[in-house]
Design a binder for this molecule. Structure first.
Ligand code: OMP
Length: 297
């Protein structure tokens, strides 16, 4: 099985950038060409999410290495949303993109294994994701099933280490045994990654570290040499290119930077609203993606 992080490194080299486009559809923010006529249809919202996400994928597939569908928005719709999500994952992969499924799962080990088997592995699991976001707070025995399934199936995971939200520090910044909780989590994730490092030097247990905490990003980059970072919080949450620079290694690898609303709803941003608007929303997605690529380069 190909090593997931080696695939991710190859995709970043091929596209020449580390942009991850987040697929977080929200009904109220979709452009009217997607929603019109679907408001009261039985599966209208799910159909709209599917069309919209596939429309975003059509634009970004030639430009970026990876997309991250956010499960919450599809789960919110019930079974029709889940069917749409499965199709979005497949569509993205068919167009050459890697898919990080943002599900933030975990449980006791035996249950974690069921999550891992169901969600991870292109062509071998029902959901077929290349990668999954995972919570660390049930401990090492809850993470190892994900690592093992990922290793067997050419997949990967990203573990929440230092999240981008303002309230994350309430628990993550607590000090225990002279170290912050997020540094304890970082040590665990780095150990799992060092044990599973591929040719790129990076392992299968990645870390989520928010763009909104640039100092901690630099601290964690130094402390986690085998760990690839998923960095959310760019754009709408305030993170900028200078904030995420410390996430990368000296070769420009080691991180992907997620932007969801700032790209997929670019048609409503003041920079693009007048030029493109709802009618030409895909051109706004393209312009916002290219701008982010330029900002990171
Ligand atoms: O795991 C994540 O992706 C994640 C972790 C985190 O600490 N902060 C964070 O914003 N996210 C997700 O990243 C996306 C950010 O969306 P935007 O703020 O619209 O770019 C959402 O899907 C969040 O759920």
């Amino acid at each position: 099985m190909p090593h997931f992080t080696d695939q991710l490194a190859a995709a970043v080299r091929r596209t020449g950038n580390a942009v991850c486009v987040g697929l977080d559809p929200r009904w109220e923010q979709l452009p009217w060409p997607i929603t019109t006529g679907r408001e009261n249809e039985p599966n209208g919202h799910a159909d709209a999410y599917l069309d919209f996400c596939c429309g975003v994928i059509d634009v970004v597939a030639p430009l970026v290495p990876v997309v991250k569908p956010q499960m919450a928005f599809f789960e919110e719709l019930g079974p029709s949303g889940m069917t749409a999500l499965a199709e979005v994952i497949r569509y993205a992969q068919e167009r050459g993109l890697l898919v990080i499924l943002d599900g933030k799962r975990n449980d006791i080990g035996s249950t974690a294994e069921a999550y891992a088997r169901g969600l991870l592995g292109r062509g071998v699991s029902p959901w077929g994701a290349d990668c999954l976001t995972v919570s660390p707070y049930l401990g090492e025995d809850s993470l190892t099933p994900f690592v093992e399934v990922a290793r067997d199936r050419g997949a990967g995971l990203f573990v929440l280490v230092k999240t981008s939200n303002p309230g994350g520090g309430l628990l993550q910044d607590l000090v225990a045994n002279e170290q912050t909780v997020y540094r304890h989590v970082a040590s665990l994730v780095e150990k799992l990654s060092a044990e599973t490092a591929g040719e790129s030097g990076y392992g299968l247990a990645g870390a989520v570290v928010g763009a909104t905490y640039p100092e901690q990003l630099a601290e964690l980059r130094a402390a986690m040499p085998h760990t690839w970072f998923l960095v959310p919080g760019f754009g709408s949450q305030g993170g900028a290119a200078k904030d995420v620079a410390p996430a990368f290694d000296s070769g420009g690898l080691g991180a992907v930077i997620n932007n969801s609303r700032g790209i997929i709803f670019a048609h409503a941003r003041k920079e693009y609203a007048e030029q493109f608007g709802d009618q030409h929303w895909q051109r706004a997605v393209e312009a916002a993606t290219k701008l982010m690529i330029e900002q990171l380069s």
